[in-house]
Design a protein around this ligand. Structure first.
Ligand SMILES: [Zn+2]
Ligand SMILES: [Zn+2]
Length: 387
């Protein structure tokens, strides 16, 4: 039996259990950094299938690192498992986690023959904060050779575009006064917030279609007859590359500063969570994954053919700047529902949802087999060691 057939046979032996875990996760959604029961259940499965598991790992209480193999290049398959408030597993991280487990089991018994070390890395809090960025800082990807994960979606795309994103909170401070009796004594912090909004709206004229800036006023004042001394806003700034994100971020900060200056206010900028950078898909892994997926009956579309403006963000982007990585999107036939809608969560536990677990797990496992058995490690993208 060749290694790909052997991997499929191993996967088939656990597929029922994986589908059951996916449904259990759907019924027990836990949000970012609260994935206690979920991580415990995934760890139990991996321990039962021969993995040496470090849990918690890399300083995060709901992260785990499940390892097999004694030598050779280290392959890291990422498992996300956080849900969203209100809408549960509406991003389908139950499929991501179980596909990662499936790929792990498919490969576990052959790692010595392949000459690799395999790690299933549990990565909490993708939907908020950016748990992978904490993991990167704790050294989770240092020395690893490649990384991959799959993500459910309304379409099949092997190398989707993901934008970098920075999350910014800004506060304006002025001076309250009676709005009718002594308005000349006030410094209006609401004027600063409105001016900031207008400045950024004006900036939009000179943006690329992949630049996105969206914000809200989170506190706008307490009463019409009191000039507000305090206002706050929350903004997301997104761009197609790390460099462009830095540039755009600076322009947005200028908009805040100008608004403060014009209104006589002071202001304070705080970043919330980590900055996610764009996703760089490794060309060799893209090519191999696409061929393996096609062999499984799921031909993959290309990111270049999709609307470049229709993109979100992922902390896997940051991983892809550290080591060669891919993050293919797998169709679960959810349309008209898209990610972050309740109907999308429901689609994760249908037969097309289960098929994404299977196709994702096997295409990842077969891609690892291709790289290892054809010794193509040197063709992976060369990434400068992190500064
Ligand atoms: Zn999401
Ligand atoms: Zn997601």
């Amino acid at each position: 039996m060749n290694p790909k057939e052997a991997a499929e046979e191993r996967f088939n032996a656990v597929v029922d259990e994986l589908e059951e875990i996916s449904r259990w996760m759907y019924d027990h959604p836990e949000i970012a950094f609260e994935e206690k029961e979920t991580s415990a259940r995934l760890v139990e499965f991996l321990r039962g299938n021969g993995f040496e598991v470090e849990y918690p790992s890399f300083g995060l209480s709901t992260a785990f690192a499940a390892r097999v193999g004694t030598g050779g290049p280290e392959v890291v398959i990422c498992a996300e498992y956080d849900a969203l408030p209100e809408v549960g597993h509406a991003c389908g991280h139950n499929i991501i986690a179980t596909a990662a487990l499936g790929a792990g089991v498919a490969l576990a018994t052959m790692v010595e023959d392949l000459g690799i070390r395999l790690r299933i890395q549990g990565t909490p809090a993708e939907e908020a904060y950016g748990g992978k960025i904490d993991l990167i800082r704790a050294g989770a990807f240092q020395g690893a050779t490649m990384s991959m994960m799959i993500h459910p979606s309304p379409s099949d795309v092997v190398d989707p575009a993901f934008l970098g994103v920075a999350h910014i909170d800004v506060e304006f401070h002025g001076k309250e006064t009676h709005a009718a009796f002594a308005p000349q004594l006030g410094i209006n912090a609401l004027d600063a917030a409105v001016q900031a909004y207008v400045n950024i709206s004006t900036l939009r004229q000179s943006l690329y279609p992949t630049d996105k800036i969206h914000g809200v006023i989170t506190y706008g004042g307490g009463a019409p007859n009191v000039i507000p001394a305090f206002t706050s806003m929350a903004w997301y700034v997104r761009a197609a590359t790390k460099e462009r994100l830095e540039e755009l971020y600076g322009r947005v900060l200028d908009c805040f500063a100008a608004a403060a200056t014009a209104t006589g206010c002071t202001h304070e900028v705080k970043e919330r969570g980590h900055t996610y950078v764009d996703l760089i898909s490794d060309p060799l892994l893209v090519e191999l994954y696409a061929a393996n997926s096609e062999a499984l009956g799921r031909p993959m579309g290309r990111g270049a053919d999709a609307d470049p403006s229709a993109a979100g963000s992922t902390d896997m982007g940051n991983v892809s700047h550290e080591i060669p990585a891919i993050h293919p999107m797998l169709d679960i036939k959810s349309l008209p529902a898209v990610n972050h809608q309740k109907e999308f969560a429901a689609a994760t536990i249908t037969p097309p949802g289960d098929k994404a677990i299977r196709d994702g797990a096997l295409a990842m496992a077969w891609t690892v087999i291709d790289v290892a058995t054809r010794n193509r490690w040197h063709e992976l993208r060369d990434i400068a060691p992190p500064r």
